[in-house]
Design a protein around this ligand. Structure first.
Ligand SMILES: Cc1ncc(COP(=O)(O)O)c(C=O)c1O
Length: 416
C-alpha cells in the first residue's frame, strides 16, 4: 500500500503498476520533479529513528489549550460565521488580526491588498497561476524551497537561479537574469530561508527593491519563519522597506503563514499585494477553493484575539534556540572542520556542507541504517545540485538527542 504523503514528502508517486491504465496526464503534471529520497522519508516514523529531515514545527509547541478555547468559543458564539461559506478574501475578523500582525512587522497593510490563503503554499501557487505563462522565467534562490520550485515548474516556468551566501541571495547577480525576456518575478525566502537558514541582509533588501523598480520586475517575499528569531536583530521585510524606495511598493508582494507560529494544520496563510495583483489572485483563488476554511479562519482570528500568541512565540523561540545550539555543538564536536555550517539565528534549519565533498544523497542509505535522517541538499536545487550539502532540521529534535543524532551521522559517514 502506498504510504500517506506529508507536505514535505515531495517526491512523485512510484511508477504505476503494470495493470494501471495509461491516463492522459498533462505533461507538466507528469514531469513534476521526482525525488530519490522518497524511499527514505518513509522511514522517518520508524521506531528509534531520529529524523532531522522533516520541515515540521515541534508538535509540543502547539498551544492546544488556547486553540481548544478559541474553537469552543467560535462554535458557541459565532457558529454561522465559522460554519457557513465565507468571502474569498477571508473572514473580516481574521483580516483585521492579520493586518495588525503586518503592522507589527512594519508593513502598513492596505485592506484591498490582503488575501487570506490556504497556507502560504496556496499563495505561492496563486502567484504562479496569475503571472506565469509556459516558457516564462522566474528567478529563485540557489538552493530554494522545493515546493515553490514545483509550483513554478507546474505552471510552466523556466527557472533562473540566484546564488546565495551567508547574507542570503546575491542580489548583485540579478542582472545575470536579464539576458532574455524579463523574469515574471523573483521569489525568495528572505528570513531564515528554507533550506539555508540564511537571512537577506538589510542593504541587499534595499538593492533588490531598487533593482525591481528599475526593471519593473515583481518580487515575492515568502516569510513563514521571520517570527522565529532567537538570536541577532530583526531585519524589516521588503514591503516595510519599500517606503524608502520610491515606487517599490508597486513591485513587492509579502507572503506569510500561521503554520510555523500557531499550527500548520489550520492551513491559514496570507499575502499582502498591490491591490490590482490581489484582485487578480482573488479571482483565481475563487476557482480553487472558493475560500479558505471559515472554521479555521475564525479559530485563528479568535486565537490571535486571545492574546496568547506572543507567549507561544517566546516558548517556540527558546525551544528552537536550545535545539539549534545543541545540534550545532554536537555536530562541531563529532565532525570538526569536516562539516561546515553557519549557526542559524532563527527558523528551523541548519544547512551544512561536507568540506571533503561527501555526496549526501549517496550517504543517505548508511544514515538510514544508523537510524538518522536528513534531507540531501540536492533536493533543493532547481539546477545542478551541490551534492555535499544537507539540510538538518532541529525543530523536532530535543537537545538530549542532538549528540546521538550527530554520533549516528558520524557512524554513517565512517561506514559509507
Ligand atoms: C519557505 C516556505 N514557504 C511556504 C511554506 C508553506 O507553508 P504553509 O503552506 O504551511 O503556510 C513552507 C513550508 O514548509 C516553507 O518552508
Amino acid at each position: 500500500m502506498t504510504p500517506p504523503r506529508r507536505h514535505d514528502d515531495f517526491a512523485a508517486p512510484p511508477p504505476p503498476a503494470a495493470e494501471t491504465p495509461c491516463y492522459p496526464f498533462a505533461a507538466r503534471a507528469r514531469d513534476l520533479k521526482r525525488s530519490e529520497i522518497r524511499e527514505f522519508l518513509r522511514h522517518a516514523g520508524r521506531p528509534g529513528m531520529i529524523s532531522l529531515a522533516g520541515g515540521l514545527p515541534a508538535a509540543e509547541l502547539f498551544d492546544r489549550d488556547g486553540l481548544a478555547a478559541a474553537t469552543a468559543m467560535v462554535l458557541r458564539e459565532r457558529p454561522a460565521a465559522a460554519l457557513q461559506y465565507g468571502m474569498t478574501e477571508g473572514q473580516p475578523r481574521l483580516r483585521e488580526a492579520l493586518s495588525a500582525l503586518l503592522r507589527e512587522r512594519g508593513i502598513a497593510a492596505a485592506d484591498d491588498g490582503l488575501l487570506v490563503t490556504t497556507g502560504s503554499q496556496q499563495a505561492i501557487d496563486l502567484l504562479a497561476r496569475i503571472f506565469i505563462e509556459p516558457g516564462d522565467t522566474v528567478v529563485v534562490e540557489r538552493p530554494c524551497y522545493l515546493a515553490a520550485v514545483q509550483a513554478f515548474a507546474l505552471a510552466g516556468a523556466r527557472l533562473l537561479t540566484l546564488p546565495t551566501d551567508a547574507d542570503g541571495a546575491c542580489v548583485d547577480r540579478l542582472d545575470d537574469c536579464l539576458g532574455g525576456p524579463p523574469p515574471k518575478f523573483v521569489y525568495l525566502v528572505s528570513t531564515f530561508a528554507n533550506p539555508t537558514g540564511a537571512t537577506l541582509a538589510h542593504e541587499r533588501r534595499l538593492a533588490l527593491l531598487r533593482w525591481a523598480v528599475r526593471h519593473r520586475v515583481f518580487v515575492v517575499e515568502d516569510d513563514p519563519y521571520g517570527e522565529l528569531r532567537f538570536a541577532g536583530s530583526a531585519v524589516p521585510p521588503l514591503l516595510a522597506l519599500a517606503a524608502e524606495v520610491p515606487g517599490a511598493a508597486d513591485w513587492c508582494g509579502y507572503l506569510s503563514s500561521l503554520s510555523k507560529t500557531v499550527a500548520p494544520g489550520l492551513r491559514v496563510g496570507w499575502m499582502q499585494l498591490p491591490p490590482a495583483v490581489a484582485e487578480q489572485a482573488g479571482r483565481v483563488k475563487q476557482t480553487l477553493d472558493l475560500h479558505t476554511s471559515s472554521l479555521a479562519q475564525e479559530v485563528a482570528a479568535a486565537y490571535l484575539a486571545s492574546g496568547r500568541l506572543p507567549a507561544a512565540l517566546v516558548r517556540a523561540r527558546a525551544r528552537y534556540r536550545d535545539q539549534a545550539e545543541a545540534l550545532a555543538a554536537a555536530l562541531r564536536c563529532r565532525f570538526g572542520e569536516r562539516l561546515q555550517f553557519a549557526m542559524p539565528e532563527g527558523g528551523m534549519f541548519l544547512w551544512a556542507r561536507f568540506a571533503d565533498g561527501t555526496d549526501t544523497s549517496a550517504l543517505l542509505p548508511a544514515a538510514l541504517a544508523q537510524s538518522v535522517l536528513y534531507v540531501p541538499g540536492a533536493a533543493f536545487y532547481a539546477d545542478a545540485p551541490e551534492r555535499a550539502t544537507l539540510r538538518l532540521s532541529y525543530a523536532g529534535t530535543p537537545p538530549e538527542l542532538a549528540d546521538e543524532a550527530a554520533a549516528r551521522l558520524a557512524r554513517a559517514l565512517a561506514a559509507g
